[in-house]
Design a protein around this ligand. Structure first.
Ligand code: UD1
Length: 427
């Protein structure tokens, strides 16, 4: 298994190109199931999660080609065409690899009147149910049964628009229902919808495919169903989580980096928090520039919230960043249970962190010390990379396949800014 070795203590300096957003790309790819015409997605990152969803879509009958970018474009170009749906079952073996696979449920049901999708099951950051996806589809007239680990959904006469009020904000459920509603009869309103930039991006792509959607980006989205959708070409938004991760990598090492292609508005809450900790985050014509003001960082409290709040997907990285700040930082996780698996590993590197329920108290220490570490999910793994960049001595991170799910060319991007980081290829 591959590992990453870091010799810490070097400030980052230079430019890093920000890729297309994984969490925008996945629902956009699922949207290709809604039409028999070609959907072309540009600025796509090359990541393991994209490959996993491609495998799932191919077995549903989607033909997919991935091309290199044209000279004027960054990222990759993916062409998806679901001329005919060959199979409406999403099997366990593919769904278990990635929870976002459940995003095929809404589009398959809307287009074919039936879908059978394996329940994604638990994962390392808490139980993560899909009840909101299912209740929403029932409101649109689907019949849902759970049978031997599968969600069996049918709507033989098609879906019918309705008002759906989400008791909790869910990104995935908002996306699944927005896609399903595009082909339903009549109007659907999603109340207490997620407001993440990835939702807005999906709505823009669906609109280019002929869907009628208003209000994406607010907590109330209105979709008027249409008879059919058509092909489109769409550019995936920049990855705000990759952006935030490199902001914190710069902050923790005390460097100065420009993130080319990054979008400030998508990480405004993160920028505000880091400003409070002593980091300058400014918009530039090409993206965002980051510079640690003077000396050490200052501890700041953070609570994760749905967008526009501080994202849960940056909580682990923020915690790593706070380990060597002056004073203390209280980090509260409100979105997922059990998303503190990085804490014991950070403590092995010398961090002083105490967890009480959903909050972690981080007391800054003068220095971290390199150590062999291991992580259990994508964002936890990258928080250990950040800690390794700042630590004295050598850090070896095991199980880095998690990183390959969400960070394209991580070592190359960091090494180009002066980090001493390399991948050790295992058997
Ligand atoms: C998406 C992101 C993930 C991010 C998360 C929160 C993708 C592919 N993944 O995940 O990286 O961490 O948003 O920003 O975009 N919930 C229910 N019932 C449901 C659905 C969700 O109770 O049916 C709960 C979850 O357990 C969680 C909360 O709602 O506590 C938010 O989850 P949700 O927004 O749905 O996360 P995902 O869409 O899975």
């Amino acid at each position: 298994m591959d590992r990453i070795r870091i010799r810490g203590g070097r400030p980052l300096s230079g430019k890093i190109a920000i890729g297309g957003a994984k969490n925008a790309a996945l629902p956009l790819m699922a949207a290709s199931l809604l039409t028999d015409e070609k959907l072309v997605l540009t600025n796509l990152p090359r990541l393991a999660d994209i490959t996993t969803l491609s495998h799932l879509l191919v077995q549903h009958g989607v033909s997919i080609t991935m091309n290199g970018a044209k000279p004027e474009e960054t990222g990759h170009v993916l062409e998806l065409r679901a001329r005919r749906i060959a199979n409406t079952t999403a099997p366990y073996d593919l769904v278990r690899k990635m929870r976002a696979s459940v995003l095929v449920l809404g589009p398959l049901l809307a287009r074919c009147g039936e879908a059978k999708v394996s329940l994604p099951g638990g994962c390392s950051i808490g139980p993560r149910p899909v009840d909101l996806h299912l209740k929403g589809l029932e409101r649109l007239g689907a019949t849902i049964e759970l049978h031997q680990g599968y969600i069996e959904a049918t709507a033989r006469k098609g879906l019918v628009g309705a008002e759906i009020i989400f008791p909790v904000v869910s990104v995935g459920a908002t996306e699944n229902l927005m896609m399903a509603a595009t082909l339903a009869e009549g109007e659907t309103t999603l109340v207490n919808a997620a407001r993440e930039p990835e939702i807005v991006d999906l709505a823009r792509c669906l609109a280019a495919m002929g869907a009628e959607i208003d209000g994406a980006g607010s907590d109330r989205i209105r979709i008027r169903g249409v008879k059919r959708l058509v092909g489109a070409r769409h550019r995936v938004i920049p990855d705000r989580i990759e952006t935030g991760t490199y902001i914190m990598a710069t902050a923790i090492t005390g460097g100065a980096v420009e993130l080319v292609g990054a979008e400030y508005a998508a990480i405004a809450a993160v920028a505000r928090v880091l400003e409070g900790a002593g980091v300058e985050v400014t918009e530039t014509p090409k993206g965002i520039a980051i510079r640690r003001r003077n000396g050490r960082l200052t501890g700041v409290d953070v609570m994760t919230e749905p967008f526009p709040g501080f994202p849960t997907d940056l909580q682990a990285q923020m915690m790593a960043t706070m380990t060597t700040a002056d004073g203390a930082a209280m980090i509260t996780e409100t979105i997922f249970e059990n998303r503190f698996m990085h804490v014991p590993e950070l403590c092995r590197m010398g961090a002083n962190i105490n967890v009480h329920g959903a909050s972690a108290m981080v007391r800054g220490v003068p220095k971290l010390a390199g150590a062999p570490v291991m992580a259990t999910d994508l964002r936890a793994s990258v928080s250990l990379v950040l800690a390794g960049l700042a630590a004295e001595g050598e850090t070896v991170i095991n199980r880095i396949y998690h990183l390959d799910r969400g960070y394209e060319h991580l070592e190359e991007k960091l090494a180009a800014c002066g980090a001493e980081i390399e991948r050790l290829v295992g058997d």
